[in-house]
Design a protein around this ligand. Structure first.
Ligand code: NDP
Length: 478
């Protein structure tokens, strides 16, 4: 064979990735279940570089140089398993099968194990940045073996986004590590979007600004610490006018946010690991609430009391600055929680994930690309074992500087009936994690009362139980 790499599954993501490889000088074998898409790619973009189209899987595999490396970009789930099976029946031990789709990480762990037993390298790879990223440089999160990365890695680094010349692709860790990190990336994206939406809602409710005026505020914010792709597109969306009605576009869009599942997967995994990712969870639930139509209808019909006074803000500019600081602090907390989750999953699965490297490859190509990811990379460079991102000196003071603003904004929202689940839960997390003492002591006492679940004491070692229904004497256990 002559091709350096193969791509099978030539819908929008696969064809754009194939074109990206070709534009970077690789000879790319291309294949799709139905040949029409393969032909369409060659007809429209054959001039991008060297393509070797094949109609059959056998020809496709035969067109590749050994060790044969194939990236699968098909619908996640059953279709991915079908394509893996088809490929494996034509490939040879030592070959590399890469799944670039949005697989759920337990599927990746299962597939890696099964293919390893047959002598193949299986690389579950997160690819972020949508179609645009796939074509012009995505953020890429490959798992699998280091041996496979030695062949595949340089090609992925070549086609990935670059920030200051540094590729947004790096080896993440064994089996499901790449897809796991991509999943948490998406969870963080949910939190980031929800926080931005709450900031918008606050500015609108408290100051009565128009969508376009708020767009200008976001444009301004995008020149500072908050600089990011999501803030940038928010400024753009808010200033967009609906052609048909002449209204602000955001006002003609139905207020029901949908989801494809990666936020839910992130929260489910966090629950399994016992990691509090309140920002991501609230963001996921906020989307669910927006779609809870019978409940929203019933609440409106019942005329649920608001008991709010009109929100009158004395100093408009000071309020905007408060919201900006509250947004930054909440965002840092959401990222801190996401990185805790990655650390916990890494420990649980023996993945040895470098969190600083994750932040580094998220700086470009992906939806959560942002200036402040540099700061996160630096924090993990200072201390690779950092137990809490917001305890790093830079973030401790960045968040600390915004705490008064954060409290004013959350309190104002509560007094005026504006829902800010992500702002307020992030602040509660911050106050919880920094508390000298938590009311968890009472919970443990209750557990001992009704279930003899025992407790530890602050003043001596050991495990104790109190005879609550008898003489309330305390007995050391075992
Ligand atoms: P789709 O998810 O729409 O999948 C379409 C492709 O899957 C077609 O090539 C189709 O072939 C193929 N396919 C479906 N079922 C089978 C099957 N049983 N056997 C063989 N091939 C099959 O394409 P996208 O390009 O949108 O996404 C590809 C992958 O990338 C998905 O896993 C997606 O989650 C992921 N992804 C998508 C992003 C995006 O922004 N869209 C971003 C990052 C990842 P045929 O033409 O013959 O029907």
């Amino acid at each position: 064979g002559v091709a350096d790499i193969g791509v099978t599954g030539l819908a929008v993501m696969g064809s754009n990735l194939a074109r990206n490889f070709a534009r970077n000088g690789y000879t790319v074998a291309v294949h799709n279940r139905s040949y029409g898409k393969t032909q369409a790619l060659i007809d429209a973009h054959g001039g991008d570089g060297e393509f070797v189209p094949s109609e059959s899987t056998a020809d496709f595999v035969a067109s590749l140089k050994a060790p044969r490396t194939v990236i699968i970009m098909v619908k996640a789930g059953g279709p991915t398993d079908a394509v893996i099976e088809d490929l494996a029946s034509h490939m040879e031990p030592g070959d590399i099968i890469v799944d670039g789709g949005n697989a759920h990480f337990p599927d990746t762990i299962r597939r890696e194990k099964a293919l390893r037993e047959r002598g193949f390298h299986f690389v579950g790879t997160g690819v972020s940045g949508g179609e645009e990223g796939a074509l012009n440089g995505p953020s890429i999160m490959p798992g699998g073996t280091k041996e496979a990365y030695a062949t595949l890695g340089p090609m992925l680094e070549k086609i990935s986004a670059k920030v200051d010349g540094v590729p947004c692709s790096t080896y993440i860790g064994p089996d499901g590590a790449g897809h796991y990190v991509k999943m948490v990336h998406n969870g963080i994206e949910y939190a980031d979007m929800q926080l931005i939406a709450e900031a918008y809602d606050l500015l609108r409710s408290a100051l009565g600004l128009s969508a376009a005026e708020i767009g200008k505020v976001f444009e301004e914010w995008n020149t500072g610490d908050l600089e990011s792709y999501l803030i940038e597109i928010t400024a753009d969306v808010l200033q967009h006018t609906d052609a048909e009605t002449g209204k602000a576009f955001v006002d003609v869009v139905l207020d029901q946010a949908e989801q494809k599942g990666t936020g839910r997967w992130t929260v489910q995994s966090a629950l399994d690991l016992g990691v509090p990712i309140t920002g991501i969870a609230e963001a996921t639930f906020a989307r669910a609430l927006s779609g809870s139509l019978p409940q929203r209808e019933a609440a409106r019909a019942a005329g649920l009391a608001a008991e709010t006074a009109g929100w009158s803000v004395a100093d408009k500019d000071a309020f905007i600055e408060d919201v900006r600081r509250a947004l930054y602090a909440s965002k840092v907390v959401a990222y801190s929680q996401g990185f805790d989750q990655i650390a916990a999953a890494s420990l649980e699965n023996g993945w040895n994930i470098d969190r600083g490297a994750c932040a580094r490859i998220w700086r470009g190509g992906c939806i959560i690309r942002a200036r402040f990811l540099n700061r996160i990379t630096e924090a993990y460079e200072r201390d690779a074992e950092l137990p809490l991102l917001i305890s790093d000196p830079y973030f401790a003071s960045a968040v600390g500087d915004g705490v008064a603003s954060w409290r004013r904004v959350v309190a104002g929202a509560a007094l005026n009936g504006i829902p800010v689940p992500a702002f307020s839960s992030s602040l509660s997390y911050y106050d919880g994690v920094r508390a000298e003492r938590l009311p968890a002591a009472l919970i443990q006492a209750q557990r001992d009362f009704f279930g003899a679940h025992t407790y530890h004491r602050v003043d001596k070692d050991g495990v104790f139980h109190t005879e609550w229904s008898a003489d309330r004497s305390e007995t050391p256990q075992g």
